[in-house]
Design a protein around this ligand. Structure first.
Ligand SMILES: C[S@@+](CC[C@H](N)C(=O)[O-])C[C@H]1O[C@@H](n2cnc3c(N)ncnc32)[C@H](O)[C@@H]1O
Length: 286
């Protein structure tokens, strides 16, 4: 792999949401995943409320597939107080981080971790009431196979909830917004080449695996200024990693403009905004 390729894998778009166990990159990825939940505190509670709306029985046994730092795991323990959640991830670092957070939140006894590479098969975990997969399914080598495994791991009537990105969040406006647009275009081209399952026709794949789709929801995220400290940190971390990842593929003028922004004291960046859209499918095993 060339140095350039390494950089392609180091962008936020590629790393925070499309890649996982990338060694040195992992702590940065973990930070971004946590920042996302901290900066957008209403989002996961809204998603878990949607899941609850479609549950046709008690939700007690949950698996979080490709859990990362467990922002979803913890949101699910809050929404379903009788549930135990097993977090599945191939990264030991992510799972350790997740366990520490579960301990700090006082839910350690309801949160289990299992290190597993889902490309090697589904772990011995069955009769589940709910499986949650957030921005992890597109990482797998064969999402259709994983979907069938999830189907079989659920009890009849159990739910599968899938969150998949449509695009990265945006933070800038005016001329800087145009710079940001060009960064998104450049990253989009690279991602298409490196993460082929991203943007798959998930509804079709879910249906093919034997599920009935109960809901398809587009969450619109719009956070206006002044941004919270966490939201500013999310903006800076995201833009820095995009900048780093694109390196010399950014036009010099765009680089200069972005560097000036990133050199600004974060306390002066509360005038940024967050705009994003996130898709969630809720499906039921008949
Ligand atoms: C972008 S992160 C998403 C984390 C979390 N679900 C979230 O939304 O914040 C993707 C996660 O999937 C994990 N992952 C990727 N491929 C995997 C595989 N084949 N088996 C298990 N975990 C995998 C990565 O280690 C990473 O933690």
């Amino acid at each position: 792999m060339s140095h350039g390729d390494h950089h392609q894998h180091s962008t936020h778009q590629d790393s925070a949401h499309h890649h996982g166990a990338l060694g040195d990159d992992e702590s940065a990825l973990a930070e971004l995943l946590d920042l996302d939940a901290e900066a957008l505190p209403d989002h996961l509670p809204q998603v878990t409320a949607l899941i609850q709306l479609h549950a046709d029985g008690p939700i007690r046994r949950i698996a979080d597939m490709g859990s990362g730092t467990g922002t979803g795991t913890l949101a699910l323990t809050q929404r379903f107080p009788d549930a135990e959640v097993t977090a599945l991830d191939m990264s030991a670092t992510m799972l350790e981080h997740l366990s520490a957070k579960a301990e700090a939140r006082g839910v350690a006894e309801r949160v289990h971790t299992r290190r597993t590479d889902l490309d090697e098969g589904w772990p011995d975990l069955h009769n589940l009431d709910l499986v949650w997969a957030s921005n992890s399914l597109h990482h797998t080598a064969d999402p259709q196979r994983v979907l069938r495994d999830i189907h079989d791991a659920l009890r009849p009537g159990g739910l599968f909830a899938l969150a998949e990105l449509t695009d990265m969040p945006r933070f800038l406006s005016g001329e800087l917004g145009e710079v940001e647009d060009r960064m998104h275009t450049a990253l989009g081209d690279e991602t298409a080449a490196h993460v082929p399952h991203l943007g798959s026709d998930w509804a079709t794949l879910i249906t093919k695996a034997g599920f009935e789709i109960r809901a398809e929801h587009r969450f619109t995220i719009a956070v206006d200024p002044p941004l919270s400290d966490a939201a500013v940190r999310l903006a800076v971390a995201t833009l820095s990693r995009m900048r780093e990842g694109l390196a010399d593929r950014l036009a010099p003028a765009d680089r200069t403009a972005l560097d000036a922004l990133l050199a600004t004291d974060p306390t002066a960046l509360a005038n940024l905004a967050i705009r994003d859209e996130r898709l969630v499918w809720i499906a039921r095993r008949p």
